[in-house]
Design a protein around this ligand. Structure first.
Ligand code: SF4
Ligand code: SF4
Length: 267
């Protein structure tokens, strides 16, 4: 049976996003979130110092005595990815979704902290983004890798996490003092290419050539993100691109489990 803390966090994340949708305060529309949990002592956290950054924080660095980590994915409605399917700058909708979802994650984490504190559980909130080393362009808390440890999905060729609801959306995470039931990690790759099937749509869609099958030019990609941040500066900090995520087989679903959607082209 699911632990009461898991159950509480799942219910609160889902209802918070539902309320945000209905408030009329956001242009962005989200589908129902996914939530997963990791044991804060999972040995995979220690490995992030080799595979992400030597400075990657451990849950215990953020909260001494941390017991669990909750990770969640807020999937965008499909029209947001569709708006961003053609080459050129990131679409207005995509840039707004990024800025608004970051704000939503910050307020969602504050809400979870309040709800859990009432039950005697402490939290360490982590900002949704912009917590990375500007020289090396690596984060000291990778939400993507933390979400992988928590079993939310697997990595695609595009280096993003593919969940059961695809990759178009934003990830958040929260370190907590309460014991949660860890979520089982998927037993197979969600990415079609890694699953041994034909795809690489993400590589074909990358306009800069930063993304290749077996390499990723982080600096070239970041230069595109900064260009989009300049274009969309009136919306907030929208250092985005997402062409490799938009209207590819893993945009909205786990394509290795379900029939992949037809590939939508510009028109
Ligand atoms: S577009 Fe295809 S190859 Fe690229 S990450 Fe998605 S499933 Fe994998
Ligand atoms: S975010 Fe844009 S530039 Fe970066 S890999 Fe994806 S498509 Fe290429």
């Amino acid at each position: 049976m699911i632990s009461p803390v898991n159950d509480l966090i799942i219910r609160e994340v889902v209802s918070f996003v539902q309320n945000a949708r209905e408030s009329g305060a956001f242009r962005t529309r989200w589908r129902e979130p996914l939530v997963a949990f990791a044991d804060a002592r999972d040995p995979h956290f220690g490995r992030l110092r080799q595979c992400v950054s030597p400075d990657h924080a451990m849950p215990q660095d953020l909260m001494p005595g941390a017991d669990s980590v909750a990770a969640y994915f807020l999937p965008f409605e499909r029209d947001i990815a569709r708006s961003n399917r053609c080459s050129g700058h990131a679409s207005d909708q995509w840039a707004v979704a990024y800025v608004e979802t970051n704000a939503l994650i910050t307020s969602l984490n504050a809400h979870l902290t309040k709800i859990l504190q009432v039950r005697g559980i402490s939290t360490a909130e982590i900002p949704p983004t912009h917590n990375f080393d500007q020289d090396r362009l690596v984060s000291n808390w990778s939400h993507r890798h933390v979400a992988w440890i928590a079993g939310l999905g697997t990595f695609g060729v595009h280096r993003m996490l593919i969940t059961e609801k695809g990759c178009c959306g934003r990830l958040g995470s929260l370190v907590i003092s309460g014991e949660c039931e860890p979520t089982a990690r998927p037993g197979y790759e969600f990415c079609l290419h890694k699953h041994g099937r034909t795809c690489l749509a993400c590589v074909q869609k990358c306009p800069s050539g930063a993304l290749r099958v077996d390499s990723f030019d982080r600096r070239l990609c970041y230069s595109i993100l900064l260009e989009n941040a300049r274009v969309h500066k009136e919306k907030g900090l929208a250092d985005v691109c997402g062409k490799c995520l938009s209207t590819v087989p893993c945009s909205y679903t786990n394509p290795a489990r379900r029939q992949a959607l037809p590939h939508e082209c510009c028109g």
